[in-house]
Design a protein around this ligand. Structure first.
Ligand code: GAL
Length: 339
């Protein structure tokens, strides 16, 4: 059964490529280099994707090798099929922020679009040491930058600790009703889900504190249940990512379960987002994760895979090349040799 499915996927792709040489098969290949329209490996690590009209925008840490060492960059890419990405801009370039010392960090940027103010609001993890402090992630704040256009030049606005709590890894969740939430890791307590204020410029209300130490937090709402995915706190090293479910964002959340065979350590990756694609035939939830290369960050890879999800269960299948039909929402996994 499986084999027939795989074979038919294989031949469909062949026919497609033969029929239209220019339109390369829109295959997503986890773990490989992922060239943008310029042929350069996409720099959007620890990132997030939002949908605007019929386009997707992917923001993430730009860790290009030739970046200025005193600056931090967030890149923005655009796509209409989630497979082929056009570089748009280094949407945020920051330097000399909050008096942070050498080695400071801007990580996990996420952009929200506020339909009332018509502003794009970027949140990110801002960290580092102040003068006289030992190097480290001491600041534990979020930074906020805004822009009038999705891929323009974002202007830094401020940094703060959401609801007064420490905040390191952040995640973004936009519910089906459009409500916007920030997920943040509060080291002494666990992970928190906070609702953004009406203008999105601050975190207004605590929705939930789950007393579990998880980062790379991501949430999806699927068939009436919320699914939370996060990693354990092992820095750049992969670990077995976990999930929990709840009927309401406020909980109660179920016990944590593995999302993949624990010995694979999430196939060497760390969660950053769960992204739902609702098509005419079906809904696919994509697990988006980073395969970090701490000593060659510019070469860090991405692991995007359609999840097996439903009835309170979530499972990350073994990574293989796959294609997504953005209209129908169908994902087809290809034999690993087929790229
Ligand atoms: C990870 C975190 C990354 C980065 C890294 C630094 O746990 O998810 O975003 O902060 O630690 O060691």
């Amino acid at each position: 059964m499986n084999r027939i499915l795989l074979m038919s996927a294989f031949s469909t792709t062949l026919v497609f490529s033969a029929g239209n040489i220019l339109a390369a098969p829109q295959t997503i290949t986890p773990g490989e280099l992922w060239p943008d329209n310029r042929g350069q490996h996409i720099q959007a690590h620890g990132g997030g994707v939002i949908k605007l009209g019929d386009a997707f925008y992917w923001f993430g840490e730009d860790r290009s090798r030739d970046n200025a060492p005193d600056k931090r960059y967030v890149s923005c890419y655009r796509s209409q099929n989630l497979a082929q990405w056009q570089f748009r801009n280094q949407a945020l370039v920051l330097t000399n922020v909050e008096n942070l010392q050498r080695g400071w960090a801007l990580e996990r940027p996420k952009v929200f679009y506020n339909t009332q103010t018509k502003k794009f609001v970027m949140y990110f993890h801002l960290d580092g040491a102040l003068p006289g402090e030992k190097p480290g992630y001491n600041l534990a704040r979020v930074g906020v930058a805004t822009c009038d256009t999705v891929d323009g030049n974002y202007q830094y606005l401020k940094s703060f600790r959401p609801l007064g709590h420490e905040s390191r890894d952040i995640g973004q969740f936009i519910d089906d009703d459009g409500a916007a939430y920030l997920i943040f890791e509060d080291r002494p307590f666990g992970f928190r889900i906070g609702k953004l204020s009406e203008d999105y410029l601050t975190v207004e209300k605590e929705v939930c504190l789950v007393p579990e130490h998880l980062e790379g937090g991501a949430i999806v709402h699927f068939e009436g249940l919320y699914y939370f995915v996060g990693s354990r706190l092992t820095g750049w090293n992969p670990n077995p990512n976990k999930y929990a479910t709840a009927k309401s964002l406020a909980g109660p959340w179920s016990e944590l379960k593995d999302i993949a065979p624990p010995e694979t350590k999430t196939y060497g990756s760390q969660s950053t987002m769960l992204f739902k694609v609702t098509g005419t035939k079906t809904t696919t939830v994509i697990f988006m994760a980073d395969i970090w290369k701490p000593r060659a960050q510019w070469d860090s890879r991405y692991l995007w895979m359609p999840l097996q999800i439903g009835d309170g269960k979530l499972w990350l299948p073994e990574p293989k090349p796959w294609t997504l039909d953005i209209i129908t929402g169908e994902a087809i996994t290809l034999p690993s040799t087929q790229k």
